[in-house]
Design a protein around this ligand. Structure first.
Ligand code: GLU
Length: 322
């Protein structure tokens, strides 16, 4: 009997922590275009677990903006909050296998202890392993004695290697860079690293396309997939869009919200034209989504960060009637 190729599935997963900006739009558009050209399915998810940063209404806003651009997906939107029991089972399983442990260190304590330890990633403190259990590792996640503790994943020395479909071969030592990383908070809720692994499995995702700000998270997610016995994914990490000061798009670069440009009268085709320029088109030229899809080649995407320039901004607004 001949084998049928496994169905490929990707996902669009906005975090409803604010309005979509031009950098987000580029990632979503590229993700969508790769999927539609390759015949993959597209799942949609709202990453709404990070409750202090969630902005009410930002979920519907993101959906509406993406639909205005013309993007579509297959099936209903999934909210992370609907998956609480799945996260809980994953935590129980990891605890029973001795792969996570409770941690009561404060940030200050970690800073003090980590200050003398070498670590490669300057943005994150390497956890020095203070709370690592000395004896029995297999524990009951729900035991009340752990109330109020955060949860860390036990990382063994060694390298995680994978080949990124866009950024090429990667090699990370999670142990050296971040050490035993957090996967659950003090309310027994999963944090991003674990949630995303459970979510992607739930949605049967095979291909993850996202900004390369998450590249250093991928090895952590790979370790979690292995620990949970889940199939691995293919990754496509794209260079970020940055401001002319070299930093990723943020409020200080002015209003870079897609919705702001729409309010000024900028059309979806104009925005798509700028996105094409950011994907390697030689000139900026308005284009429809169908034209973009026909034109788009993943290979043409520049390998370096894209700078959102003043000229881009002026060009976007050039056809708006005063
Ligand atoms: N929701 C995340 C974001 O908007 C994406 C998570 C992921 O791709 O893993 O940055």
């Amino acid at each position: 009997m001949g084998q049928t190729a496994k169905k490929r599935i990707t996902r669009l997963a906005p975090s409803p922590t604010g309005a979509l900006h031009l950098g987000n739009l580029r990632t979503f558009l590229v993700n969508w275009a790769i999927a539609r050209q390759q015949g993959w399915e597209i799942a949609f998810r709202i990453d709404d677990l990070d409750s202090p940063r969630i902005k009410p209404g930002a979920d519907l806003h993101s959906i509406e903006i993406l639909q205005w651009i013309g993007l579509n997906w297959d099936g209903r939107e999934l909210y992370e909050n609907q998956l609480q029991d799945k996260y809980h089972s994953a935590l129980i399983k990891l605890a029973a296998a001795g792969q996570i442990y409770p941690c009561r260190c404060t940030r200050l304590q970690i800073q003090q202890r980590a200050a003398s330890a070498p670590h490669a990633d300057q943005h994150e403190l390497r956890y020095p392993g203070t709370c690592r259990p000395l004896g029995e590792r297999e524990i009951n996640f729900d035991d009340p004695q752990y109330d109020g503790a955060a949860w860390r994943f036990w990382v063994d020395p060694g390298f995680v290697e994978f080949v990124d479909e866009f950024s090429g071969p990667q090699q990370f030592s999670v142990d050296q860079n971040v050490g035993d990383f957090l996967i659950g908070n003090r309310q027994r809720q999963p944090v991003y690293q674990l949630a995303v692994v459970v979510d992607d499995h739930q949605q049967q995702v095979t291909d993850i396309v996202r900004g390369d700000d998450l590249l250093s998270s991928t090895p952590r997610q790979i370790l979690l997939q292995r620990a949970l016995n889940l199939p691995g994914c293919r990754y496509w990490h794209l260079p970020m869009v940055i401001g002319s000061d070299g930093h990723r798009l943020a409020k200080r670069h002015g209003d870079t919200r897609v919705a702001w440009y729409r309010e000024q009268g900028v059309t979806a085709n104009r925005l798509i034209g700028l996105m094409a320029a950011w994907c390697g088109a030689e000139t900026r030229q308005s284009m429809s989504l169908a034209e973009f899809l026909q034109w788009f080649r993943c290979d043409s995407i520049p390998r370096h960060p894209i700078v959102f320039s003043d000229d881009d901004h002026v060009w976007l607004l050039a056809e708006v009637s005063p």
